[in-house]
Structure formats: structure tokens, C-alpha cells
Design a protein around this ligand. Structure first.
Ligand code: 2AM
Length: 176
């Protein structure tokens, strides 16, 4: 049996913010716009690792644990739609330096460990809807959630019985 799992590093969104986001989504997007992501699955990916063996997971986790940087505040004040990947996302107009630094570090550690990294620049986002086959109106600016970020985590993505579930495996505190 294979010991590899589909893994990614991400920021957890606090439960209260997840609930506020799904309420806002319900208020602004019609049900037929696309497939809504469950509140508990809302997250911001920092680095996608793909299928990773248990050995490589340990090595990547050890490197993640050596990252030293302070926390930061994420202002979720932007939204958009990617027609090609058919998603509606929530993001930030001004990504904090700490967010970019953390993602770049994790992405370069992943690349050095042989995990393929997309050449696309990092575009921090939280996927809200999938399978948005048609263009949908994006709510006007004025919304926003300020999320204090004090830790990041490693997740496994599992697809069972028609559902995707993310399991947090390990987390690290952001401190200098
Ligand atoms: P998405 O929400 O934009 O699809 C678990 O699948 C997480 O990893 C999701 O946040 C997903 O981003 C991201 N992800 C999946 N495949 C990816 C890839 N090839 N490159 C970058 N991120 C990916």
C-alpha cells in the first residue's frame, strides 16, 4: 500500500470568520452560481505539495518547524472569479509581507525537496465556490475580515465517499 498522501501548507481561518464568510456568500451569490465550499474547509493555501511520502513529509515538517518570523494580519477585502479554473475566491488587495515571506519560504523548501511548484506567482486566495461555469457578479467592495495570523499548518486532503476532507496534521506558531 502506498504511504503517500496529498498534502499542503495553509492558514486556518478562524471558525467565527468562516461562518461570517459563508453568510456573506449566501447573501451575495445565487445558489446556482457554483458549488459552495463547506465552512470548515475554507482555508488559504501557502504551498501545495502534491502526493508526498511519509519520509518526505517528515523532512518538510522539520524544515517548516525551523521557520522564524512574526505573525501578521490578513485583511480579506478582495474577491474575484477565475474563469479557467471555475472558482470564485476571496483574497486580499494588499498581501502582507509576512504572508508572502511565509509562502515563498514554504514553496522554496517544497521545490528543493522535489515537490513540483507551479511557475505561476503565488496568488493568496480562499476558494469559496467551485464549478462556476458562468461569469458571476462579484459583490461590491466594502466587505472585509481582518484575520490575525499567528500560526500555519500542514494539511492532508482526502477524497472519500464523494467528499473532500482536510485534516490538520501539524501546526507551527509564528514567532521570531
Ligand atoms: P484551490 O482552492 O485554488 O483549488 C487543497 O487542494 C488546496 O491545495 C486547495 O487550496 C487548492 O487550491 C490547492 N491546490 C490544489 N492543487 C494545486 C496545485 N496544483 N497548485 C497549487 N495549489 C493547488
Amino acid at each position: 500500500m502506498s504511504d503517500s498522501r496529498r498534502l499542503f501548507f495553509a492558514l486556518e481561518i478562524p471558525g467565527e470568520t468562516q461562518q461570517q464568510i459563508i453568510q456573506w456568500r449566501a447573501d451575495h451569490f445565487p445558489a446556482e452560481a457554483g458549488r459552495p465550499i463547506a465552512a470548515a474547509n475554507l482555508h488559504l493555501t501557502l504551498a501545495f505539495l502534491g502526493e508526498v511520502s511519509a519520509d518526505k513529509q517528515r523532512a518538510l515538517a522539520a524544515m517548516a518547524g525551523r521557520i522564524r518570523q512574526p505573525g501578521f494580519t490578513l485583511n480579506l477585502d478582495d474577491a474575484g472569479q477565475w474563469l479557467r479554473s471555475q472558482v470564485v475566491w476571496l483574497g486580499t488587495r494588499q498581501p502582507p509581507r509576512g504572508l508572502l515571506q511565509l509562502a515563498n519560504m514554504l514553496r522554496s523548501q517544497a521545490a528543493r525537496s522535489g515537490c513540483y511548484q507551479s511557475p505561476q506567482p503565488f496568488h493568496p486566495h480562499i476558494t469559496l465556490l467551485r464549478n462556476t461555469a458562468h461569469a458571476v457578479p462579484i459583490p461590491p467592495p466594502g466587505f472585509g475580515w481582518k484575520v490575525p495570523v499567528t500560526e500555519f499548518a500542514l494539511y492532508a486532503s482526502e477524497f472519500t465517499r464523494g467528499r473532500t476532507r482536510y485534516t490538520q496534521l501539524e501546526r507551527w506558531t509564528l514567532t521570531e
